[in-house]
Design a protein around this ligand. Sequence first.
Ligand code: IVH
Length: 694
Amino acid sequence: MMTPEAAMMTREQARARAAELRELIEENNRLYYVENSPKISDYDFDMLMNELMAIEKEYPDLVTPDSPTMKVGSDLRAVPPGKEFAQYPHRYPMLSLGNTYDISEVADFVQRAAKVIGTDFTFSCELKFDGTAICLTYRNGKLFRALTRGDGVIGDDVTGNVRHIGNIPQELKGSGWPDEFEIRGEVYMPYAAFDRLNKERERNEDQPFANPRNAASGSLKLISPKEVSNRGLECTLYHMLGENLPFRTHAEALDAASGWGLPVSDKRRICRDIREIEEYIGYWDTGRKFLPYATDGIVIKVNELALQHTLGYTSKFPRWAVAYKFKAEQALTEVLSIDYQVGRTGAVTPVANLEPVQLAGTVVKRATLHNLGQMRLLDIRIGDHVYVEKGGEIIPKITGVELSERTGKEAVPVFPDRCPDCGTPLVRDEGEAKFFCPNTTGCPTQIKGKLVHFISRKAMNVIAGDATIEQLYDLGLVSSPADFYDLTKEDLLRLDGWKDRSAERFLKSLAASREVTFDHVLFALGIRYVGESTARELALHFKDIDALMAAGKDELLQAEDIGDVVADSILDFFSSPANRELTERLRRAGLQFSMRTEAKPSSDRLKGMSIVISGVFSISRDEIKRLITGNGGKNSSSVSGKTAFLLAGEKPGPEKMQKAADLGIKIIHEKEFMDMISSGVHPQEPSSGQLSLF
Ligand code: IVH
């Protein structure tokens, strides 16, 4: 794999280039695995890695023990205390696969394997699913733990989240499974779910995910497991590990797993030689475009387990498998113009209008340029010929400019310094990538965007289309969300084509929105960075709008999932007299501004008990607190002689644990606690009540 460049370098040049490549690779690994926001294509990344491998092969003494060629990329990230996942070591290191874009290298792999093995053997050919790796452990037929790859040695415990992935069974069916085994695979997001999620993120002005793979790994690391179930993740499993597994081949192991109800792909095929492998690759090179999920290649594995053992592993890859990767499809087209779109929070997004071009089954006419920084990075000009790729085959993005096509007639785009809609000078806050129109109360595009958001399904759920909002605004009937609730039937009859029935239906829908719960109302207010799940956490934490509006930064940071940026945005929102006035008008209109009456205890299983919680749980702390109060208990913050028990999650606080030990207070773990409130097993008195995991 030595590149001609590597062969021509002096030793000093090679050392310098290797250092440069390592830095580039580490940074891009971080963007890919940790930020879920890669800046270069997989192909370009693999080319950097190939170049480094070639240098290290030519100059083995330049290899460093921590070179990215010696280890797999890490998805472990630095997170604020209390928000991290528990971590566990992998029983068997979680490696990656050697990959190639060149079919002749697959032939080399086949030949090498044949040379070592000698006897007749087969290959299992499989799709290479483009998601994020997961390792599941089943103990006595039950899902025991799910770890991410992490750095290959230690992984993040995402069991709570994985329990919300629909096709992963909590319990195996049938019989004959080993008492304990691991099965590894990929968690991925099908295109349909990815599309839905990104549309929603764009509506909420959250940065969309670049591709389904990033969306899958981001979703798997969500702090709130319940949120995971809304993301539509799926899993496919492709590698079983354990002591003395009773199988002769990899295919037998996966067939057995499938019989136990585990999700295993049915697109696998046993191939005997390179000809059959090439046929399989050729078939799926086209066939994959019709699959409902992303694949980025084919994996070819020696099928016989004993022979896998003979071939063994390098520090990073198995020698018994290789990945053949498909190159992402690209198209070259011309930039006709650039629009600057204003969103509901005032963010200005440049969007390129392109000469329509066919790409991976659809015609691409527009591609987002994200922000000024991205435009500068690409040095894009109007009239340029640009490469367009679909991130994970869905969102078109411009990946580069073909400089050889430049004629000199291209025009450097001028990012506007005023709002293209209302003319207000744009501003950019420190650290922000985007420019904003600060005229939040007077810019028509922002106002209409906010109105559309306010009535949207996940907000107030009022049934009306964008055209209705446009007319209501143009007629001067609605310019603030609170104006909706002053509308009369006569007002509505002024709309084009509206009759009694349409007006009544709209008024009925508005009336029904008065019952929409506080968390949705909070989301509807359209506070920047307060998406649906953040609004829910805030509502659960603060209980009502007065407490939220009175909260200082420290109090806001106490709530689940709230970091600096969100806290500042909430403070900023409520510091505006216009927003306070809006909130008051909506309150007067009868909207829900508190979480209705505290849920009545649905069991008294924890009656009279004062319970202290500490550590990280598989559900949010607010949900744990709800379970305590919902079952008649009281949550208190410090351990004392009155504490009934300390409910300890992963990594409980050492001080609380010590105090509990000193006072002889019982420590209960999450599973025991869940059993206690669901089956009635009580630490002091057995009870036989109803299930109350409401
Ligand atoms: S086998 C010991 N099979 O691709 C390595 N991996 O780029 C076992 N992947 O790390 C991995 N589909 O996360 C295997 N059918 C498949 C796969 C697959 C996707 C992922 C996996 C792997 C990565 C390498």
